[in-house]
Design a binder for this molecule. Structure first.
Ligand code: SF4
Length: 343
């Protein structure tokens, strides 16, 4: 497992989330384990439908337990959140673990000023006078980088830019001093310059408050820039897990290789960036054996039969039947060749 040095905040063990539908059971998350420490940003990366968002929503108790089959353990503060009552989960969501989403506008009520919404969020959890809450909100808006925070207090969400809306949602998430912030594609809807500013803000908050951050993204560039550890997910399972430095230096899984070759990364000498061929599989009818085998350029006999489990390499884990020496050799060859020649 990745090395950690500070207090453990969250321990997820063998988490599975299966969603029965008329067409069959969707195995959205299928046995994932990870930990999160204070002061750590953990990236969860993968294509749409890989299970990264569903796994986070489950941690927060936001997947309907009546319709989903959920198993495993999510240990927070000594208790299993999967066993918590709805009111206990509400307390955790309000005070301990916060989440921000891709579309900040959807999280704000269009008919109330941003400041009033933040005041109400404070007063929903604390018995404080409106004036005191208002002062705190102005301070918070200032802290998350809203210019002229006092004047902006009374502005409506549509009067904020996309970046400012996301800053307001981050302020909302921080209101009760959470210990964990889950950010689900927080910059995907923003332009590139604003993306960098929001990621910097999340990083600054993490450092100042010593909280743990889970950053869900499809963008490996974001993972490289702001995370310490990373999970690569494919078809509901973790296929690679390790320190970000180790995964970027020596990725061990063909899916991670494909992701790295499909984005501009200085370390990868790809002259012709290409997406991974094929599409993610149906989560109802998963391929046999390794779920990635229909798309894998390295697949060999047996990959379609036995499912590979995460192994323990020197720095991190990967789930692949290739021998470790072969993985190292193939990656070194791929990184030296143009993308077309490596496929
Ligand atoms: Fe590819 Fe086989 Fe490894 Fe799966 S187990 S990633 S198909 S080489």
């Amino acid at each position: 497992m990745p090395e950690t040095s500070t207090a453990r905040l969250l321990e997820v063990s063998d988490l599975a989330v299966h969603l029965p539908t008329r067409d069959g059971v969707v195995k959205a998350v299928d046995g994932i384990s990870y930990t999160l420490n204070a002061g750590e940003t953990l990236g969860i990366v993968g294509e749409s439908g890989s299970g990264k968002s569903v796994s986070c929503l489950t941690v927060l108790g936001l997947i309907n337990r009546d319709s989903a089959q959920i198993s495993g353990r999510v240990i927070y503060d000594g208790s299993d959140l999967l066993e918590a009552t709805e009111s206990e989960l509400r307390m955790v969501r309000g005070n301990e673990i916060s989440m921000i989403f891709q579309d900040p506008f959807a999280g704000l009520h269009p008919l109330f000023s941003v400041g009033d919404q933040l005041v109400e969020a404070i007063r929903a959890h604390e018995d404080v006078k409106k004036r005191v809450a208002r002062e705190r909100v102005v301070e918070l808006l200032h802290e998350v980088g809203i210019p002229q925070a006092a004047e902006r207090f009374s502005s409506y969400p549509h009067e904020y830019s996309g970046g400012m809306q996301q800053r307001a949602m981050i302020a909302m998430a921080l209101i009760n001093n959470p210990r964990i912030l889950i950010a689900d594609e927080p910059t995907t809807a923003l332009d590139v310059t604003v993306q960098a500013q929001i990621l910097e803000l999340i990083e600054k908050i993490k450092e100042e408050l010593s909280i743990g951050v889970i950053l869900v993204t499809h963008d490996l560039g974001v993972v490289r820039d702001v995370t310490q550890n990373v999970l690569v997910m494919y078809a509901g399972r973790i296929v690679e897990h390790g320190s970000t430095a180790a995964v970027f230096a020596e990725p061990k899984h063909p899916y991670t290789w494909g992701l790295m070759e499909s984005i501009p990364l200085l370390e990868v000498e790809t002259r012709d960036l290409r997406a991974i061929d094929g599409a993610p599989p149906s989560l109802i009818h998963l391929p046999t054996g390794c779920a990635f085998h229909p798309r894998c350029t390295q697949a060999f006999e047996g990959c379609d039969k036995a499912r590979p489990e995460l192994d323990q390499t020197e720095h991190h884990q990967a789930a692949c039947h290739l021998a470790r020496t072969d993985r190292d050799r193939i990656w070194q060859e791929r990184r030296r060749r143009p993308a077309d020649a490596s496929r």
